[in-house]
Write a protein that binds this ligand. Structure first.
Ligand SMILES: [Zn+2]
Length: 613
């Protein structure tokens, strides 16, 4: 009996201990420390605890804070956005009318990288409860996504970030279908991306921040950031970023004791040879913002700094950004409006709107960059058998060349509109998810359009769950020219009723151009939406093609001569029986004229199209 009672008691105590571990005691009513502050920055709160904190703040400050759901994850969790406004105006239209800049801050797209979430909880409290940062809401309204990749966040564990120094446990990089949401902005495969795009369109923010933690080398900086101010960004905005934003945030964050610098993706290789900036392609959040004419700001906290340094550094960076956005609210709103108007006007002017850059690459030109590194030691490793770099904690401040001038390696002249045949439903669905305005044809239409004939090569391995073209590397998708070989052609094509016409005189036209121009780094073709157009579906039997070849040569001595010359000079061709027979098949009327023909039309005008009024 005694033993049984002891067992029961120990089971009871054990379950109490488990309950306590799973549910930390609620803080006292006046205690507004965030969960990570309570743990002295050892831990980061789970999804439920995070949302409990933001709801507690909203309940205490209902006039400043509103918690909403903007969709569901694959596993069914609510995607939560927290709106922070000084006077209880939470409606985007009213805020746009009142000329108040809307700042969208996204956290935990990579749910092992938690610094942004924990810094946002503190910032939320300081804007709405302690009011020590209430001035950040003078003009600006903040829309925070505490945990974007909520399913990845709940794949919680201590072994999710091998390169990272704390917190003790954290979430996982990808969402529940193992997709990296920060490669999904254009193809929009994930339910989280679809929800984000709806949120983005509903709010149309004036400034976007995406919080991350680095991988890569060790160096002195704890707080790094990147924002595109290259040739693909509106020149007035680029100037504001260079001359106002960069100096302001660097000075302001440095003054708090953090070491801030531009994020230039230093790997293990020696940075002394110089650093090269790549294209920010639209698969990434910040690259996508370029197409939406909005500044997209990337925060990369340094993975090896302790968690307290990182969370507080991220906090100071967000504070500084919001100070600047309040200060320069009018010019920011004006720049965004002007960029939108310029896009709409360019879309009206078919033929003289200039060239649109699809792929960019850094030039030889460079600027001097003060890099605050650590001394590296390179040794021969008996483990790998190769040289390995390890870092000392000895500062090494060097001046290195930074190649940050991007030049277009592939540009196109945009059409007046694109027409996508009705049967390409998944392509039309993605365009619609991006909020692009489209018209539908009411009857079949045949006419001459500009389009492309292409040949393609694919990667052997799947990438982000898709069968993608063999383009560049993941981080330099724009590198070099397109792996897709396309020739511009004019063809008479027939488009069924219900085909989607996307005119380019609209705010988000650059999204349509990038998705529908096949040679773009994140085009629908590049992501495998159009793979079937490259598949040969009818084959000639050998004995049929043998007869065809003989008949064609008998009728056309020049063709016979061309064939014989190719056999004599092209060894590979000569040794490939099928290629030799196909030489004739391709030149016969039996060949599929649509093989490799891009089915999307580029229209020079909307005249004559059967469109609903
Ligand atoms: Zn990341």
């Amino acid at each position: 009996m005694k033993n049984a009672a002891a067992l029961l008691l120990s089971l009871f105590l054990c379950s109490v201990a488990l309950a306590q571990k799973a549910k930390p005691a609620a803080p006292a009513s006046g205690d507004w420390r965030t969960p990570t502050e309570i743990s002295d920055y050892r831990t980061t709160p789970r999804y439920d605890e995070t949302m409990a904190y933001v709801r507690r703040v909203a309940a205490a400050a209902p006039k400043q804070v509103k918690v909403t759901s903007f969709g569901k994850t694959g596993e069914g969790r609510d995607l939560i956005a927290v709106i922070v406004s000084r006077d209880g105006v939470f409606e985007p239209a009213a805020l746009h009318r009142a000329n108040r800049p809307i700042v969208l801050i996204q956290n935990a797209i990579h749910a092992g990288e938690m610094d942004g979430k924990d810094s946002c909880l503190a910032l939320l409290r300081d804007m709405a409860i302690t009011k020590s940062q209430a001035k950040l809401l003078d003009r600006a309204v903040v829309v925070m996504i505490p945990i974007y990749n909520a399913d990845g966040h709940e794949r919680f564990g201590p072994y999710n970030r091998i390169n990272q120094n704390g917190p003790e446990e954290m979430g996982w990089r990808t969402q529940a279908r193992n997709l990296n949401l920060n490669r999904d902005y254009m193809k929009a495969d994930a339910p989280e991306t679809r929800a984000f795009l709806r949120l983005f369109q509903a709010w149309l923010p004036d400034f976007f921040v995406d919080n991350h933690v680095t991988d890569g080398a060790d160096y002195q900086y704890d707080t790094t950031y990147a924002i595109d101010y290259g040739t693909d960004v509106d020149p007035v905005l680029a100037q504001w970023i260079r001359e106002q934003l960069k100096p302001y945030i660097e000075k302001s964050v440095s003054a708090t004791g953090h070491v801030i610098g531009e994020y230039v993706g230093v790997g293990e290789a020696n940075p002394g040879r110089g650093l090269v900036v790549g294209q920010d392609a639209p698969r990434f959040s910040t690259g996508y913002m370029i197409l939406q004419n909005r500044p997209g700001f990337l925060v990369e906290m340094h993975m090896l700094k302790d968690y307290k340094t990182r969370v507080t550094g991220n906090y100071e960076l967000l504070r500084a950004l919001l100070e600047l956005i309040n200060r320069d609210a009018d010019s920011l709103l004006l720049m965004n409006r002007q960029a939108d108007t310029a896009t709409v006007l360019a879309g009206m002017r078919y033929g003289d709107a200039g060239q649109f850059p699809l792929r960019l690459k850094a030039t030889e030109a460079s600027v001097p960059f003060h890099f605050l590194g650590f001394k590296r030691v390179v040794e021969l490793s008996e483990v790998s058998g190769a040289l390995w770099t390890h870092f000392t904690q000895q500062p090494e401040n060097i001046l290195i060349p930074l190649h940050n001038e991007l030049k277009a390696t592939l540009s196109i002249a945009p059409p007046r509109a694109y027409i996508v045949p009705a049967q390409w439903t998944s392509v039309i669905d993605v365009l619609s998810a991006h909020g692009l305005k489209m018209l539908r044809t009411t009857a079949p239409w045949s006419g001459e359009v500009e389009t492309y004939r292409c040949t393609a090569k694919w990667r052997e391995q799947p990438y982000e769950g898709r069968h993608v073209l063999a383009s560049g590397s993941e981080f330099d998708p724009g590198g070099g020219t397109s792996p897709l070989n396309c020739e511009s052609v004019r063809e008479t094509m027939t488009f069924p009723a219900g085909s989607a016409v996307i005119p380019l005189d609209q705010r988000a036209a650059k999204v349509a151009i990038h998705f529908l121009e096949p040679q773009g780094p994140d085009s629908a073709v590049a992501w495998g939406f159009f793979d079937a157009i490259f598949e040969q579906k009818e084959y000639g039997e050998g004995y049929v093609l043998e007869k065809l070849a003989r008949d064609m040569m008998a009728k056309d001595p020049k063709l016979k001569q061309e064939f014989e010359q190719k056999v004599a000079t092209d060894k590979e061709f000569a040794g490939n029986a099928r290629a030799r027979l196909n030489f004739f098949f391709r030149r016969s009327p039996w060949w599929d004229a649509r093989l490799g023909l891009y089915p999307v039309g580029r229209l020079t005008s909307l005249q004559g199209l059967p469109l609903a009024q």
